[in-house]
Design a protein around this ligand. Structure first.
Ligand code: SAH
Length: 465
């Protein structure tokens, strides 16, 4: 290691930032997270820094800068944006032996600021000794996903209860206690917002020296999003990493399963259209059984678990069995498809009503009757509509809607094999055929108030300009 990571004590200390522009503001934002007093040295301040000064959050010295300005500081940032000025200020600061970081000049740096994952008091600092800042940011993103937002509060709670634990428990019991707190149902509960309940559980465990019997499992119905692994929520990733067992659907991308713990069991319970390998009651049954064994179960569904995902049936089975469940929302296919078109699900003045509809009816051979509700200003996002495109097209034409309705098709939205197409009711079937569009796909049927905007972004004009 050419550099050595340490945590600097910041309470009651001063940090000097030389500069009044964007570079200085960046460092200021960072140091504002700490308890240090910030002193800005600059003839003028940009509006952000000026506001901070007006709020009394930073001290501002605008006069000539001398060695004394750097005295007794925990850290000095030199960030004027002018290399020559930076070099002079660096010399002045070194004159009093300050620890200095000169922005973008590694050869003048005693210290390098790491990428930080802040769950204070839990803080992760990532450094690559200046070799690969992009990699540091990627690692940071992974850590952000790994550590739930409330983790710092749980660590702080543990800190407050340390003395109580030391009084009542032997060292070995204390180690077991904290292992139980940070890996079991206490952390789960805390992460989900039940902070008082989590505190009660820890206190009771300390007082009774009884912990470690997580006999009741938990179930999270998690939305995996449309299929690319960066479109699952942080909470979804968190639940995946806690899971002992994951039941997943056909449309869940294998890359998303990679976000789970390596030793978590993965069970495919997919249902291809038309062939129900895993009947719904069997899926509900295995989820209930796993939870009863004390496992942390994730039921991973594509998109959002509340949209055409039969989540309610699984939730009912869990409730009947007395098992608590949590629903973790996901990016539903309509949102993903609309974003893929560079469009917006609703548009002021054009489309003010959005309907999520299905092309498949619970009653075989019958198209659901959403079509009768279509009116100007409405957009219908049709899920599972490719297989019934003939019926949809005929329905639109039969109801004299064809002349009003614009159709956008997005298949495999947000995946590498995404296909988009635009058509009318008359050309829908042919468009699906000629573009070889397959499931999963969303059909947007839009009856705009005025034909001013459409979902598809404008195509570049062929005319030279
Ligand atoms: N719960 C899911 C919907 C499940 S129903 C959600 O909220 O998105 C399955 C249907 O969703 C597919 O037939 C298709 O219509 C749609 N779908 C799922 N993923 C999709 C994707 N990446 N692109 C387009 N449509 C998708």
């Amino acid at each position: 290691m050419k550099t050595f990571p340490m945590f600097l004590q910041m309470q009651g200390r001063r940090v000097i930032i030389a500069g009044g522009g964007e570079q200085a503001a960046q460092k200021c934002r960072l140091i504002l997270k700490t308890d240090a007093a910030i002193i800005l040295l600059a003839p003028s301040l940009d509006p952000e820094l000026s506001d901070l000064h007006a709020q009394g959050r930073v001290e501002w010295r605008k006069g000539p800068i001398g060695t004394a300005d750097f005295d007794d500081s925990a850290l000095v940032f030199v960030a004027t944006g002018c290399p020559a000025t930076d070099a002079c200020l660096h010399m002045l600061a070194k004159g009093v032996g300050a620890t200095v970081n000169v922005v973008d000049q590694p050869h003048l740096c005693d210290v390098i600021t790491p990428s930080i994952v802040d769950r204070s008091p839990v803080v992760v600092a990532i450094g690559t000794e200046g070799t690969a800042p992009v990699l540091a940011r990627q690692i940071k993103t992974k850590m952000e996903q790994l550590l739930e937002p409330r983790l710092g509060d749980l660590a702080a709670l543990a800190g407050r209860l340390r003395d109580r634990a030391s009084l009542r428990l032997e060292p070995r019991q204390r180690r077991d206690l904290w292992r139980w707190v940070f890996s079991g149902s206490v952390r789960d509960k805390h992460a989900k917002g039940s902070e008082r309940e989590a505190a009660q559980m820890i206190k009771q465990a300390i007082d009774t020296a009884n912990f470690g019997d997580d006999t009741v499992g938990s179930v999270a119905l998690v939305g995996a999003g449309p299929g690319s692994k960066d479109l699952i929520t942080l909470r979804g990733v968190q639940r995946l990493q806690e899971a002992d067992i994951i039941y997943y659907d056909r449309l869940v991308d294998p890359e998303i399963l990679d976000l789970a713990r390596r030793d978590a069991e993965r069970v495919y319970v997919g249902k291809a259209p038309g062939c129900h390998h895993w009947p719904q009651d069997k899926i509900s049954g295995v989820i209930v059984a796993a939870a009863k064994q004390g496992k942390r179960v994730v039921r991973l569904k594509c998109g959002d678990p509340g949209v055409f995902a039969r989540g309610a049936e699984e939730a009912d089975a869990l409730s009947e069995a007395g098992i608590a469940y949590e629903v973790v929302p996901g990016v539903t296919a309509a949102s993903a498809a609309s974003a893929a078109l560079g469009g917006f699900l609703t548009e002021r003045g054009t489309c003010d009503t959005l309907m999520l509809a299905t092309g498949q009816s619970a009653q075989a051979g019958k198209l659901p009757d959403w079509m009768t509700s279509m009116r100007p200003g409405m957009r219908v996002a049709v899920y599972m509509g490719v297989g019934t495109a003939v019926d949809i097209a005929q329905g639109l034409m039969g109801a004299s809607l064809a002349q009003h309705v614009e159709i956008d098709i997005v298949s495999n939205a947000q995946r590498s094999n995404q296909v988009v197409a635009k058509c009318t009711a008359e050309t829908l079937v042919q468009t699906i055929k000629s573009n070889a569009i397959e499931n999963p796909a969303i059909l947007f049927l839009t009856w705009p108030h005025a034909f001013s905007r459409t979902l598809m972004p404008p195509q570049p004009s062929q005319a030279a300009c």
